[in-house]
Design a binder for this molecule. Structure first.
Ligand SMILES: Cc1ncc(COP(=O)(O)O)c(C=O)c1O
Length: 284
């Protein structure tokens, strides 16, 4: 997400203001400890895609880490509406709720603070279109914590995965994260593979329950394509006919090689093509 406009309107702790007027305390636990939850919602021509699911995931994350949400589930859409950019084809709405600030740096509880809430929106264009040639990927050990289902802003493991790609000279490629011999996720997207017409995607027990992932599963089922929620082993993934990763910004990005070995024919596959087309329909 890139902000090129200091006039962007933000919602900050109950008020709307220009984003350059937002003043976050140095004692905010989101800043000091990464003690916060965030959400990224894609918006097409002013309408959120999967908005209800994104707001629900935000509430689930807050509950999971014991932050009392200052707003109810049904409040979020109305609070976000004024920050949406007029006349943008596509934008990403960003929400972050921290545990707040206590004027002291302290790990321990109880915390006497009310949550900090920041919301703003940034224009975006998905880098993937139907002619996208595909992306190379590289397996990496999954260095992240054990509660990857929580969309926490503590993203060091995810950031280090991208830093590794960059320092290996392949900063635009994708990392695929391996846990106990199974490929579970990418640093900012969910994983899908296809073998013999069946789609496999890791179950959501300890990965982020991606909203795009859920939408794609629905599209596949509507097309009568079988979907199995199961993480592939490294061998199974490398022998896949198709692989792609999904998130709200890159939508579904085809992976055409893993560690230099071509996947399928080394080009985006037919099932990717069908799901990509189905996803474009949802944006209308
Ligand atoms: C680790 C991880 N997995 C999956 C996703 C995809 O989630 P969504 O489809 O809701 O954007 C994200 C999105 O940021 C992510 O960070």
């Amino acid at each position: 997400m890139t902000n090129k406009n200091s006039k962007t309107l933000a919602f900050f702790n109950g008020s709307y203001m220009s984003i350059d007027k937002v003043a976050i305390s140095p004692f905010d636990r989101g800043f000091l400890l990464g003690d916060s939850i965030y959400e990224v919602v894609p918006v097409y021509r002013g309408k959120t895609l999967g908005g209800a699911q994104h707001y629900q995931r935000l509430m689930d994350g807050l509950k999971a880490i014991g932050i009392q949400s200052p707003y109810t589930l049904s409040d979020w859409a109305g609070i976000c509406a004024p920050v949406l950019l007029a006349d943008e084809e596509a934008q990403l709405l960003y929400l972050q709720v921290t545990r707040g600030n206590e004027q002291v740096r302290n790990h321990r509880f109880p915390i006497e603070a009310s949550p900090t809430v920041l919301i703003f929106s940034i224009p975006f264009t998905s880098p993937i279109d139907k002619d996208y040639p595909g992306c190379a990927a590289h397996l990496q050990d999954d260095l992240r914590w054990q509660r990857c289902n929580i969309k926490s802003t503590s993203l060091m493991g995810n950031v280090l995965a991208y830093q590794q790609l960059h320092s290996d000279g392949v900063g635009n490629d994708e990392a695929l994260l391996v846990r106990d011999g199974f490929v579970v996720e990418a640093p900012s997207s969910n994983l899908f593979m296809v073998k013999n017409g069946v789609i496999f995607t890791p179950g959501i027990d300890n990965i982020l329950p991606g909203v795009t992932r859920a939408l794609l599963i629905d599209i596949a089922l509507n097309l009568a394509i079988e979907v199995r929620e199961q993480a592939p082993s490294i061998e199974m993934l490398k022998r896949a006919d198709e692989v792609w990763v999904s998130n709200s910004m890159e939508e579904l990005k085809p992976i055409v090689s893993i560690d230099g070995q071509p996947i399928g024919l080394g080009v985006p596959g037919e099932i990717w093509r069908q799901l990509f087309a189905g996803y474009q329909q949802l944006k209308r």
